[in-house]
Design a protein around this ligand. Structure first.
Ligand code: ZN
Length: 175
């Protein structure tokens, strides 16, 4: 339940291990969204809306590596936000170990403390961490807007499916 009325910008998994070509979990369309995400970040900072980076930070033997190649291991360069979108003082960085940014993380507590009721969502992967984070955000009653030019999927089918799912089933605004 949200008491606040603020908007926050989420920047999900814009990490070296997803965006850098040749990395273990490379998202081929990830690089294309960087300019749009950078614009959203600048706009949010100018409006003094919280900018919250939601980032994979895995243990070296994380359970998730049974499903995916090892990636974004805490403390490695692969787990860092790409230089072009680096967090600045005042931004928040929230670590997660699963697809949903809300699962066993400090995200919900931070949003409540900040008085946030509306989330603007950017990042990767549209049909994985973006989708499951939006699902949990909607379950908690947050209003959600997803910017199509600022999210990237693993493939066009997954990307389009997730956008439809977030709009039609989860009630997010997709624009
Ligand atoms: Zn992961």
């Amino acid at each position: 339940m949200q008491a606040g009325s603020k908007t926050a910008l989420l920047v999900i998994d814009m990490l070296n291990d997803f965006i850098r070509e040749g990395s273990a979990t490379w998202v081929p369309d990830g690089e294309k969204i960087v300019p749009a995400v950078a614009r959203r970040i600048r706009k949010a900072r100018a409006a003094r809306d919280p900018v919250i980076y939601v980032c994979d930070a895995h243990d070296p033997d994380d359970e998730e590596f049974k499903l995916w190649p090892p990636h974004a291991v805490t403390g490695t360069p692969g787990a860092a936000v790409i230089d072009a979108l680096a967090p600045e003082p005042g931004d928040l960085v929230i670590n997660k170990k699963r697809f949903s940014g809300f699962y066993q993380s400090e995200l919900d507590g931070a949003l409540i403390a900040l008085g946030v009721s509306h989330l603007q969502v950017t990042g990767t992967v549209t049909n994985i961490c973006v989708l499951y984070t939006v699902a949990d955000a909607r379950a908690r009653g947050y209003e959600v807007t997803v910017f199509q030019d600022s999210v990237a999927g693993l493939d066009p089918e997954g990307h389009q499916f997730a956008l439809r799912q977030m709009e039609a089933v989860l009630g997010a605004t997709v624009r």
